[in-house]
Design a protein around this ligand. Structure first.
Ligand code: DX5
Ligand code: ZN
Length: 214
């Protein structure tokens, strides 16, 4: 069963508390939280301190998407936020395997993220060390981009690679309700949505998104 993961990066920073409250009221299970270092990606967003503060004030499961150049230097701080799910970009470190192991050792779910230009074949030797795979469906860093259609094929191929293992596929970037449906149909279970949820009538958009993937 697929589910929508609201991306808090898409919310209005001036109404952050209201938006978190809204998501709780809507019984959101998992919140997607972007961590950007202005280096691996040009943008800068929520650091571990801000994430820990949000986490303290929420009952949602936190899924932290690390977009940082040196994840090894930040992983302890991210673990300390209390986030239950932590994902790291394959492209951001030569030591992806050891970082994934560290996340799991801390009792959290470990995810590996791949950029649009990274082939899914690199996942092969990580399959025993991950709980989820985040397939970027835009180039990370900026909101409001267009979904890369080729990602649908990548989701299909990744699903095949996973086989019978208990690994979930997550997608992130440029997803609206039509695309959410397409992603769910080819095997994505965790569907991140920023702009298409937080712009306009949030309640109606959220409803429509959830309806679309049923
Ligand atoms: C972008 C982030 C996303 C972002 C998605 O680099 O990883 O989580 O919030 O926003 P939309 O859904 O608007 O593309
Ligand atoms: Zn993200």
């Amino acid at each position: 069963m697929a589910q929508i993961l609201p991306s808090i990066f898409g919310a209005d920073i001036m109404y952050l508390q209201d938006d978190i409250h809204f998501l709780e009221e809507e019984k959101t299970e998992i919140l997607h939280v972007d961590l950007m270092d202005g280096n691996f990606v040009s943008n800068i967003a929520f650091g571990p301190n801000q994430i820990a503060e949000m986490k303290k004030n929420s009952k949602m499961v936190f899924d932290v998407h690390m977009m940082v150049q040196h994840p090894k230097d930040h992983i302890d701080d991210v673990i300390a936020t209390g986030a239950e799910m932590i994902s790291v970009h394959y492209e951001s470190t030569p030591h992806i395997h050891s970082i994934l192991q560290k996340i799991r050792k801390a009792g959290r779910k470990a995810g590996v993220v791949i950029n649009p230009g990274t082939p899914e074949a690199i996942l092969e030797y990580l399959l025993d060390d991950i709980d989820y795979i985040l397939i970027m469906t835009i180039n990370p860093g900026q909101p409001g981009q267009t979904f890369i259609r080729k990602s649908l094929e990548k989701i299909r191929q990744t699903k095949e690679l996973i086989g019978e293992r208990k690994i979930q596929i997550e997608v992130d970037g440029g997803v609206n309700k039509e695309i959410a449906k397409e992603c769910a149909e080819v095997g994505a279970e965790l569907i991140v949505v920023g702009g298409a949820l937080f712009s306009g009538d949030k309640k109606a958009q959220y409803q429509a998104l959830r309806e679309a993937i049923k």
